[in-house]
Write a protein that binds this ligand. Structure first.
Ligand code: ADP
Length: 445
């Protein structure tokens, strides 16, 4: 019995590394706030880039016509046709996978592949001979100098195509299309997915001035007063790229050895430390690192370190959602683990479930602390005691995980008591949002 108590204590001590205290979350909020402010003052010295999007307007409902939306975000490339008619919009889309060798090949190959997908889509829709205005949703940090121009700052989320960083990605797509000689596009806007998400929700709800993604990666945009950037009384949407928080070491007091391991095994070491604790591409890996350590210490799976457990990527974030589901009995958790090749007792299943719970809860709380910093900043910007605001949200982690959205909301409620924040899951954010931005951009030309 004494041995059992000691084992329990050791597991519990490991899990407690992920249980953030209120003071720690307050520190994360404060650091996020400093990062946002520093990024607005000077991009080069801040880990949070605060990139201008050149999106000033929210849609006004007068958007009409047909637009193409091209969306390269994380796992897939999507081509969409969006048709606005009176107050409604219709969407047609096709999904294309990006093979790993293309994600990590040359930039020219990647953009040729995208152009090939666009051509296939236009062919499929019977639109090959029309020149449609297109919005290009490209969800990686880009330094924009206009609505339709932006240089890639750095790849994130598993992409590593060569000869792309430092180049204008709109030109790269235009050139790839020109090389083919069989299609024509009028690319009018370069869009981050957060901005698309915000726009699509703003179409329904005027209070929506924040866009957030919790999917493969994590990111947020919001409407900033231009007087904080230039001396103009207007608002521009800023893509924060908040996933970079901690790249200067400011989160080292909460980063665990498991997070460090995940970072070390990634293709962008030392970068996107906040993202690596909060998003779909990494949460499963954080869990796997904890399980690996507990097993090596003889606290799990009878101390048997299987080949499966040593395989990177085997524990996808969707399994956290399944395992943490309140509807699932312990035997079902055990059977999921067995399907993964992790054979253990029911007691092992309890431990695995606890690991998943603390890792995903920490992720949602960290995003909540970050969100609290953003809404308080907006509230102060506007000199208000109370702010009522809506956030458009997209991403599988937000939409499919059983607790993430609830914990996020609760954390924001506690940490930003002067703000009333409504979360709205976006419908087709990157598609409809991109088309709306393209419509607004074209109106202004
Ligand atoms: P994007 O690549 O545009 O962000 P998604 O929002 O679909 O696309 O996010 C994909 C990420 O979500 C992947 O990293 C995947 O691990 C994770 N994911 C997929 N299904 C689930 C799920 N059921 N629960 C939690 N995360 C999931």
């Amino acid at each position: 019995a004494q041995r059992l108590t000691s084992l329990r204590r050791q597991v519990s001590e490991t899990l407690s590394l992920f249980r953030l205290k209120e003071e720690q979350l307050q520190l994360v909020k404060a650091r996020m706030r400093s990062g946002l402010d520093a990024g607005l003052r000077s991009k080069s010295s801040s880990t949070i880039k605060m990139l201008p999007s050149f999106v000033y307007l929210t849609p006004d409902g007068t958007e009409r016509g047909k637009y193409l939306a091209l969306d390269l975000g994380g796992t897939n490339f999507r081509a969409l046709l969006v048709r606005f008619k009176k107050q409604t919009s219709r969407l047609y889309h096709k999904i294309y996978t990006i093979p790993l060798e293309i994600m990590q090949g040359t930039g020219e190959e990647l953009f040729d592949h995208l152009a090939q997908c666009v051509c296939d889509f236009l062919d499929y829709m019977g639109l090959k001979n029309t020149r449609l205005p297109a919005g290009f949703t490209f969800s990686f940090p880009c330094e924009q100098s206009a609505i339709d121009t932006g240089t890639l700052v750095a790849w994130t989320k598993g992409f590593k195509a060569t000869d792309s960083e430092g180049h204008d990605v709109v030109s790269m797509l235009r050139e790839a299309i020109k090389r083919r000689n069989d299609i024509d596009l009028d690319i009018v806007a370069l869009i981050n997915d957060t901005v698309g998400t915000m726009m699509s929700c703003a179409h329904e709800d005027q209070r929506c001035e924040i866009g957030m993604i919790a999917g493969t990666g994590t990111n947020l945009c919001y409407m900033e007063e231009l007087k904080n950037i230039e001396k103009i009384e207007q608002r521009m949407c800023i893509n924060t790229e908040w996933g970079g928080l901690g790249d200067d070491g400011c989160l080292d007091d909460i980063i665990t050895l498991y997070d460090t391991e995940v970072d070390q095994n990634s293709i962008n070491q030392g970068k996107q430390r906040f993202e690596k604790m909060t998003s779909g591409m990494y949460l499963g890996e954080v869990v796997r690192q904890v399980l690996l350590d507990l097993t090596r210490r003889g606290l799990l799976f009878k101390g048997h370190v299987s080949e499966t457990l040593k395989t990177p990527g085997i524990f996808e974030t969707k399994y956290l959602s399944q395992i943490e589901s309140d509807r699932l009995a312990l035997l079902q958790v055990r059977s999921i683990l067995q399907q993964l090749g992790l054979h253990g007792t029911c007691h092992d299943s309890i431990i695995v479930k606890h690991v998943c719970l603390v890792v995903s809860r920490r992720a949602a709380q960290l995003c909540g602390a970050g969100m609290a910093a953003v809404v308080d900043k907006i509230r102060e910007n506007r000199g208000l005691d109370h702010l009522d605001i809506a956030v458009g949200v997209d991403g599988s982690l937000y939409k499919l995980h059983p607790h993430f959205s609830q914990v996020l909301k609760e954390t924001v409620r506690v940490m930003a008591p002067q703000c009333d924040v409504t979360f709205q899951p976006s419908e087709e954010g990157s598609g409809k949002g991109a088309a709306l931005i393209a419509a607004v951009a074209r109106r202004k030309r």
